[in-house]
Structure formats: C-alpha cells, structure tokens
Design a protein around this ligand. Structure first.
Ligand SMILES: Nc1nc(=O)c2c([nH]1)NC[C@@H]1CN(c3ccc(C(=O)N[C@@H](CCC(=O)O)C(=O)O)cc3)CN21
Ligand SMILES: CC(C)C(=O)C(=O)O
Ligand SMILES: [Mg+2]
Length: 270
C-alpha cells in the first residue's frame, strides 16, 4: 500500500508515478499496473465531461468519481482534486468539502491548486488529519487571470515566487507538490530545495515523480497538451470496436444464437 510517508522515502530512490482516473475500470487497470498515485483530477472537466475548462466541475462530480476510483483501488494512494471554489471561500466549508473526500468518498488525500492564499488552509487541513498535495506553476483554475495555459515561472521573479511558495507549503505540512508546466531548471531547483516529493507535469526530468492525464496517455482525445505524450491509441481501438458493432448489427451478424435464449414454452403465447 502506498502511503504519504512511504512516498517520501521512495522519492530518494525511485521515480514516483501518478496518473489521473475518473472511473472504476480505468482505476483498476492503473492500480494493477503498480502506479503509485491515482489523482481524481478536476481535469475530468475537459477530459471526460465535455467542458472547455476545469471551472464548471463540481464537488459532487469529484466526490462521485473519487468514490468509484477508491472502491477498486487496492494499492495506489487516491488523491481527490478539490475543484474550483470548493476550497478557499470559507474555512468551515473547505474543511467539510475536503473531509467529505476522505470520510465519504474513500480518498487518502486531497490536492489544492496552491498559492499564497492556500498556505493557511494547507496547515489547517493537515492538522486535522487531511493530507494535502500542493500544486504550483500552471494552475488551470486561474485560467481567467493567466489568460491561457502557457508556461509559468519563466521570469526570475515568477520562478522565485514558485520556489518560495513551495517552501511555504512544505512548512504548512503538504506531503508533496505538483509542479505544472514550468521550466525544467526551475523544477530541478524546487526539487532540491524542498524535502517533500515533487511530481511534475510539463516540468522536465528532474522532479521526484511524473503525472499525466490518463486520456492523454491513452490517446483517447485528438488533442493533448504539448508536454504530454500519447502512449497508446485508444481512439482507434474505440473506433474499430464501435464500427465493428454497427456493421454486425446492420448485417444481421449480431446477436447470434450464442447471445440469445429461447424458452420452449413461450413458443405459442396465443
Ligand atoms: N486532457 C488534459 N490534459 C492536461 O494535461 C490538462 C487538462 N486536460 N486539463 C487541465 C489542465 C490544462 N492543461 C493544459 C492545457 C493546455 C495547454 C496548452 O495548450 N499550452 C500551450 C498553449 C498555451 C496558451 O494557451 O497560451 C503551450 O504551448 O504552452 C497546456 C496545459 C493541463 N491540464
Ligand atoms: C494535471 C493534474 C496535476 C491535475 O491537476 C488534474 O488532472 O486535474
Ligand atoms: Mg487539477
């Protein structure tokens, strides 16, 4: 079983692997493959719910998907990604929402898109027994301020800010830190300056671990971010299976006797 403490030890010796999942069958395959952390990401907004961003994702959507993932995950650490405005509005509400992910949805930890505003929250949740994964660099819930999904931390000032916030979240008790879409040499310095594991996405080779969105890895969608890599071609697999099914029905080749059942006494109902 992967634990938040175990990850810290692993970081020194072996890269940490993390993938997102939003449903039980996918989570089961990821878990069986030995991936360390499953993130029920708010990336479900665009990855599987058809939204254009992560902003419309609700706490109930993340809760229900987290519960599905947790039910079948035996080894990996399950992290629920707190969606836009489910934290940071009001302390009591933040604690209730994060606590619900552990108490009702079976998560092991939560992730918060971080900034100066989440240091206190990270400390409070950690004190209460809710492990927090921090997230710096590109934070897609701020798309309306950033004006897109471009690389972050590209100036000395912005890079120093990310390093400082990394340190602050470590002090506040975060058990790990996601670094998204920042220069490799910045991620390398953050990784060496803090002692909690860093997990990169578009952050180069020197983080303690890597994370990608599962639909990007599988090649489910035509589009995937420039820093991602399609390791499979599930799109073709689905196209082939769906087309084969359609053809079989239209040609009368499915179902056959094998998939059908006859009760003799029903032959003459009238
Ligand atoms: N399927 C999926 N994969 C992801 O990695 C992902 C999501 N969804 N949703 C949440 C965020 C959004 N992410 C993104 C989205 C777009 C770019 C991108 O296209 N970047 C370009 C253009 C930047 C711009 O808008 O100016 C780049 O060159 O950096 C990067 C990361 C990463 N995350
Ligand atoms: C890309 C990862 C880190 C994430 O936040 C998500 O999948 O929502
Ligand atoms: Mg997210």
């Amino acid at each position: 079983m992967v634990t938040t403490r175990g990850l810290r030890e692993q970081a020194g010796s072996e890269p940490i692997t993390m993938l997102t999942a939003y449903d039980a069958p996918t989570a089961k395959l990821i878990d069986e493959a030995g991936i360390d952390i499953i993130l029920v990401g708010d990336s479900m907004g665009n990855a599987v719910l058809g939204h254009e961003s992560t902003l419309p994702v609700t706490i109930d959507e993340v809760k229900s998907r987290t519960a599905a993932v947790s039910r079948v995950t035996e080894n990996a650490l399950v992290v629920a990604d707190m969606p836009f405005l489910s934290f940071g509005v009001d302390e009591a509400e933040t604690i209730r929402n994060a606590g619900m992910m552990l108490k009702e949805a079976g998560a092991d930890a939560v992730k918060l898109e971080s900034g100066a505003h989440t240091v206190e929250t990270t400390q409070r949740l950690t004190e209460l027994g809710i492990p927090v994964m921090a997230h710096l660099g590109l934070t897609p819930q701020h798309v309306n301020q950033i004006g897109g999904y471009g690389r972050q931390g590209t100036t000395k000032q912005a890079a120093r800010e990310i390093l400082a916030l990394g340190r602050e979240h470590e002090s506040a008790g975060a058990f790990s830190l996601v670094l998204e879409h920042i220069p490799e040499n910045l991620a390398a310095q953050v990784t060496s300056e803090i002692s909690i594991p860093t997990i990169g996405i578009g952050a180069g080779r020197d983080c303690d671990g890597q994370v990608l969105v599962i639909t990007d890895v599988l090649g489910l969608d035509e589009w995937s971010p420039p820093f991602s890599k399609q390791f499979g071609d599930v799109r073709s697999e689905i196209q082939n299976a769906v087309t084969a099914y359609k053809d079989a029905v239209e040609n009368g080749q499915f179902p056959t006797a094998e998939q059908s059942h006859i009760e003799e006494e029903l032959d003459e109902l009238y």
